[in-house]
Design a protein around this ligand. Structure first.
Ligand code: ASP
Ligand code: ASP
Length: 359
């Protein structure tokens, strides 16, 4: 693992090592307070974010490092039309590691191909959000003591919710996982993911349209926000926004050991009357986000010190295949920047290597 672009960039061993390191950082923070002294993290946030950016910043400061960057594309050279590839080539000269959030899907992959320092994907469009997933895994591990044998309800916006997409991918490293997809047809998981889940040997899946029908069988209920900013048509958003709301009446139907997770920010999908219920783990989850990011930054920097990344050359992983047609997804990074189209081969044909749309 040189970069963290997709949750699947980490194998099971690496995931467990990172969780163990984060737990040690929680137990003995002073041991790590100078381990990144002299190192700089660049936070390149092309899409607004408060908590993810602050949690990266607070993670780097707790390791003794420093932070530079921007939190809004309007104030960077992007507003002058600079490509991601050029931006990371420049930032590679100033910083030691990058955390990038972008509204274009596949932007972090491009950054990892052109920069000469490790890149962490802090969210790319509706595609992936691997550090949220690491946060989720650490939280499940701390709260329930295991990452196998879990029934996880994913509720709300499964179509655009990148945290949901990444969590599903990461769980394929573990055993006896059952996902219950609680959503409307309109906000159901993208088809390619559903098809992959149906084929998976480790993961089983079922669909539900009401929380009350399934909450009693869950170990984890993962609530998500219906994301206004991802809808092309706001009428569709208005129709979907109140579909799934968890309140104390519904929570009474759950087991006493179930935990409620949410990547935050919450809008109205969890009512405030359950915040003090011990099963409401979402604020503890947010706290864990800092420690898993500390573990990830420290690990990637140690690896970068021991194996240099050759600068300014597009690096292609062996599974990426140059492709002649362009990707049909309008929010794919290849739609706005001139990049070689790349494909990955799946069981049902080729998919774009940047955003995973069907080619
Ligand atoms: N986008 C959300 C926010 O701005 C969550 C995040 O930062 O990841 O708070
Ligand atoms: N914070 C999460 C994200 O950035 C979830 C959200 O914004 O609703 O994807």
């Amino acid at each position: 693992m040189k970069h963290c672009i997709e949750p699947t960039d980490l194998n099971k061993g690496e995931l467990l090592e990172l969780i163990e390191l984060a737990e040690d950082m929680i137990a003995s923070p002073s041991k790590y307070q100078e381990v990144c002294k002299g190192k700089q993290l660049a936070t390149l946030f092309y899409e607004p974010s408060t908590r993810t950016r602050l949690s990266f910043t607070s993670a780097m400061l707790a390791l003794g490092g420093s932070v530079l960057g921007f939190s809004d594309a309007q104030t960077s050279s992007v507003s002058k039309g600079e490509t991601v590839a050029d931006t990371v080539r420049v930032i590679s000269e100033y910083a030691d590691i990058i955390a990038m959030r972008h509204y274009k899907e596949g932007a972090a992959l491009v950054a990892s191909q052109y920069g000469s320092i490790p890149v962490i994907n802090a969210g790319d469009g509706s595609h992936s959000h691997p550090t949220q997933t690491l946060t989720d895994l650490l939280t499940i591990h701390r709260e329930l003591g295991r990452l196998n044998k879990l029934t996880i309800g994913l509720c709300g916006d499964l179509k655009y919710g990148r945290t949901v997409h990444s969590l599903i991918k990461a769980m394929s490293s573990f055993q006896e996982i059952h996902f219950v997809l609680i959503s409307s047809d309109e906000l159901q998981l993208p088809k390619y993911m559903l098809e992959e889940l149906e084929k998976s040997e480790q993961i089983t899946v079922s669909l539900a349209s009401r929380i009350e029908d399934v909450i009693g069988e869950l170990d984890v209920l993962y609530m998500t926000r219906v994301q206004r900013e991802r809808f092309a048509n706001l009428d569709d958003y208005e129709r979907c926004k109140n579909d799934f709301i968890l309140d104390s009446k519904l929570l009474n139907l759950a087991s006493k050991d179930m935990i409620v997770l949410h990547p935050l920010p919450r809008v109205n999908e969890i009512t405030a009357d359950i915040d003090n219920d011990p099963r409401a783990a979402y604020f503890r989850q947010a706290g864990n986000g800092k420690f898993i990011r500390m573990a990830l930054i420290y690990t990637l920097l140690q690896k970068a010190d021991s194996q240099s990344l050759s600068p300014n050359v597009p690096r292609l992983a062996p599974n990426l295949i140059p492709y002649t047609e362009s990707c049909p997804n309008p929010v794919c990074i290849t739609a706005s920047e001139s990049l070689q189209a790349l494909a990955i081969e799946g069981e049902r044909g080729y998919r774009c290597a940047y955003c995973e749309s069907k080619l």
